[in-house]
Design a protein around this ligand. Structure first.
Ligand SMILES: [Mg+2]
Length: 176
């Protein structure tokens, strides 16, 4: 006799905003001509992204800007997918359209646990509507009260990723 057990595989996926999320606006304040030159490899971030593995970038920046940042930070091999403003048909986050386009582009499963890292609260609001786990990166500790649509707040990307990596996900099934 053969017993077939159907099971879903629940995966952790990590979607990152780029600007002021993957690097700190405190260290990279000015957007002058030296901005790209000053972006360097961040060893601690690199090591963490090797552990998370299923990484994606979702930015309102254009393709040129994104590629330049990723190249300078030496992160290219650490992301499975990229979504940027050239693909968004004239809309930008927090408009829902870039999120829909991004979900399709990354071929994410609705059963996946999507951790979404952002420095702009409004962008997380739309992410929460899609069921994403929302993480606010508050580099300057400006947030006084956490809105309901934000799950976690950290003042740096490292603690944020480490915490999400260590989270145990348990699936509870309704039984009757
Ligand atoms: Mg940003």
């Amino acid at each position: 006799m053969e017993i077939i057990i159907k099971c879903n595989i629940y995966m952790k996926k990590f979607i990152f905003d780029l600007d002021d999320t993957l690097y700190s606006p405190i260290e990279h304040e000015s957007r002058d001509k030296d901005f790209y030159k000053n972006l360097k490899k961040d060893k601690r971030l690199t090591d963490l992204l090797k552990k998370t593995k299923e990484n994606y970038i979702f930015t309102n920046g254009n393709k040129y800007h994104m590629e330049e940042c990723i190249k300078r930070m030496k992160l290219k091999s650490l992301f499975k997918g990229y979504s940027y403003s050239d693909l968004f048909r004239g809309k930008y986050k927090p408009h829902i359209l870039p999120y829909i386009i991004t979900l399709e582009r990354f071929k994410l499963n609705k059963n996946d646990f999507i951790f979404y890292f952002e420095d702009l609260a409004d962008n997380l609001k739309t992410g929460k509507k899609l069921g994403w786990i929302t993480i606010f990166i508050d580099h300057e500790n400006k947030m006084r009260q956490k809105p309901k649509y934000i799950d976690m707040v950290f003042n740096n990307i490292y603690d944020a990723i480490e915490t999400c990596l260590s989270l145990k996900i348990s699936i509870t099934k309704n039984s009757n």
